[in-house]
Design a protein around this ligand. Structure first.
Ligand code: NAD
Ligand code: UDP
Length: 313
């Protein structure tokens, strides 16, 4: 049994990670300021004596005694991270410094939730970890992309300078049950729109691609990476099955048997045109690859959103 700190633990991915680590018998400290996360996401665990919730902002230092840290605190959806961009970059930079400082002091291994956005609008396809990226440093997405890039730099500097045991994980688009209803990301938007009969909002012509990973696959990868002590990465975790956003819209409509129509909205600034992970390192170093197809994962996610809609009525 380990004592594990999860920052951002009340968010979408964090709550699935809490669940997995509790199921495996660990003690979980979930730290969150509830900006995009919610108590509802963790209400299932509140009675578990091995679970503790700490309402705290990672921008302020905190002293805790744990064996491992998963640093996930940061809004992930463009509408949320652009709502207060200065706060977003503070969360990535000061939050990561605080967690690395804690990891150094208590000698804990720390996994940093980085992102495929460090590749920006990539000129190399699929994206391998040795690609340095094509990121706009002054655009509306920069508070997130550059914040996460600095997060990686900080991890490597604490590793080289202070021998902190870190692991950098570059997460590609992940989806699944418990995504916030108003999350604003494409999978949740399309499902909510389809099951409530609203128009499906396609940004641009829908020819941009993404590669969607089911959340259970991702958190399995997180744990495999955490267990590989001394391995820093960075390592891509994502599903290499690439799909255009238009195809995704059509698939969601068909799977929900919805009568919603697809309407066009302007493509947001700096929206990456394609994205697909090369997962060779994850396969060879972690023996990890996704197991859940988009068809199956979307089915489970749609079911979860339909249930939540019923519960609210
Ligand atoms: P989410 O928005 O559901 O979760 C983020 C959590 O962090 C929320 O619970 C939020 O309240 C909390 N948080 C935000 N700022 C905080 C602060 N200053 N102090 C304390 N808590 C704070 O998003 P998610 O999809 O679960 O993403 C989790 C992590 O994974 C993020 O770091 C994100 O950048 C990264 N990531 C996610 C994806 C994806 O597709 N879901 C892709 C790449 C990277
Ligand atoms: N997108 C869309 N309609 C929506 C939300 C998003 O067409 O209602 C597009 C968006 O422009 C992008 C892709 O879907 O090309 C993925 O967007 P998301 O915000 O989920 O993630 P990210 O751009 O960070 O990969």
């Amino acid at each position: 049994m380990k004592r594990v700190l999860i920052t951002g633990g009340a968010g979408f991915i964090g709550s699935h990670l809490c669940q997995k680590l509790l199921n495996e018998g660990n003690e979980v400290l979930c730290l969150d300021n509830l900006f995009t996360g919610s108590k509802k996401n963790i209400e299932l665990f509140l009675d578990n004596h091995r679970f503790e919730f700490i309402r705290h902002d990672v921008i302020s230092p905190i002293l805790l005694e744990v064996d491992q840290i998963y640093n996930l605190a940061c809004p992930a959806s463009p509408i949320h991270y652009q709502y207060n961009p200065v706060k977003t970059i503070k969360t990535s930079v000061m939050g990561t410094i605080n967690m690395l400082g804690l990891a150094k002091r208590i000698r804990a291994r720390m996994l940093q939730a980085s992102t495929s956005e460090v590749y920006g609008d990539p000129q190399v396809h699929p994206q391998r970890e040795d690609y340095w990226g094509n990121v706009n440093p002054i655009g509306p997405r920069s508070c997130y992309d550059e914040g996460k890039r600095v997060g990686e730099t900080l991890c490597m500097d604490y590793y080289r300078q202070n021998q902190v045991d870190i692991a950098i994980c570059r997460i590609f688009n992940t989806y699944g049950p418990r995504m916030a209803w108003n999350d604003g990301r494409v999978v949740s938007n399309f499902i909510v729109q389809a099951i409530t009969g609203q128009d499906i909002t396609l940004y641009g012509d829908g020819s941009q691609t993404r590669s969607f990973c089911y959340v259970d696959d991702l958190v399995r990868g997180f744990c495999a990476l955490m267990d590989k002590k001394g391995f820093t990465g960075p390592v891509n975790l994502g599903n290499p099955q690439e799909i255009t956003v238009l195809e995704l819209a059509e698939r969601v409509i068909q799977m929900t048997k919805s009568s919603s129509k697809i309407i066009r909205k302007p493509l947001p600034a700096d929206d990456p045109t394609r994205r697909k992970p090369d997962i060779t390192i994850a396969k060879t170093e972690l023996n990890w690859e996704p197991e859940i197809s988009l068809e199956e994962g979307l089915g489970r996610t749609i079911e979860n959103f339909q249930q939540r809609l019923k519960d609210e009525q």
